[in-house]
Write a protein that binds this ligand. Structure first.
Ligand SMILES: [Zn+2]
Length: 93
């Protein structure tokens, strides 16, 4: 619960820091996760401590800016083909 609460707070922080972001995927059931292309069995989406972000045109911050802001709240960013995957940093709580 602490990890989940921390992640939710972090997403809230990022949402207010960067207008124009939307979440397209957050928590997943094991069945839903397994059916997604490229999904991994130990995905943090299964623990609800990961989310996928998309951006309104022209609103995505530079990689370094986004990663630094996320790091402030214990979140790691991985840029994927059509979204940014964010998850609670390893060892956070
Ligand atoms: Zn993801």
């Amino acid at each position: 619960m602490k990890r989940y609460s921390r992640f939710v707070w972090g997403v809230y922080y990022l949402r207010h820091r960067f207008a124009g972001l939307s979440v397209t995927s957050w928590g997943r059931s094991p069945l839903h996760n397994a059916g997604l292309p490229g999904s991994v069995a130990d995905s943090q989406h299964l623990e609800w401590t990961a989310a996928d972000l998309v951006w309104d045109p022209g609103t995505r911050p530079a990689d370094g800016t986004l990663k630094a802001a996320a790091r402030e709240v214990g979140i790691e960013v991985q840029h994927e083909a059509d979204h940014d995957h964010i998850e609670l940093a390893t060892g956070w709580l």
